[in-house]
Write a protein that binds this ligand. Sequence first.
Ligand code: ZN
Length: 341
Amino acid sequence: MHQKDYTNVIDLRYGQDACCGLGKEIGKFCVMTMEIPWRITKNKLGGNPEIVVFVETMEEKWLNSICEQMPEFDTIVGIGGGMAIDAAKYISWKKGKRLVSIPSILSVDAFTTPAAGIRRNHEVDYVGVASPDPLVIDFGIIRTAPPELNIAGIGDLLSMHTASFDWAHANLKGKSEFPYSSSSIEKANKILQMLYGLLGDVRENTDKGLMAIVQGYIDLNTICLPIGHFRVEEGSEHYLFYELEERLKRPFVHGYIIGLGIYIMSQLQGNNFPFIKEVMDEVKLPYHPSILEIKKDDLLKSLLNVREYVKSRPKLWYTIINDTEITEEWAEAALQGLHFA
Ligand SMILES: [Zn+2]
């Protein structure tokens, strides 16, 4: 494949009933899924799977034992959210078999990324390479998910607003960890512009809106996979989330908490905060701490600590956080418009 068009999706099918009858065209197949996604997909899919595995955990040991028990097959089909898709990716990679991905929700981008997020003794690790052939975006299935969880999918795309700024900032300070690429930043901006034009569609989960998220992720891959890093998409907004996750020790809907990170870090950057706030409000991305169940006191503590947090982790990239002292006064003012429980 030509580098310019390098993405991780070999083939893409989309439509109201895009997965209909697919089970009859992919040879002998096994399914990695969960109960609800399987219930809504199995009749549409057709064909007879050799085995249907309900994903219980992403622990490597469990996945390997599943691999060993699998009957002969040609294709592994992942149906569901991030876990089911990643489990299928892992098995596709381990067994060298064709992968078909049918996301039932767009809240995380597992369906377009090459590596599978697994757990080794409870620690998350990204392993392997797998490319869906095809990736199937069945609008009928995706619209059975709560609409706000599909909207959450835009969080990791809107993060380009703050992450690209961070990369440019690091470059200006001579601190960029990677060769700076203004064309990457331009391409990221193009994806953002495309999304800004379809906020109502994303909010309403229309075909166009759902495809905007999927296309956004595919286009993001064409920027990030050839250069080997996701710096246009991951920056200070993610680092605040890492701090919060470590502080509160519980999971969050990723897109929601990234939205909160964008809300705060765009202010720290002096980076068009009113605009990006309006974008998040228009698309109805839930980012308020009340929805994330984050107390004001915890968020304040997190903000006052985030600079120390990133400095003590040399693997984290250089961002606005490295260069800006966050005072209590600033933090109070930055959180003013947010809703707390
Ligand atoms: Zn993310």
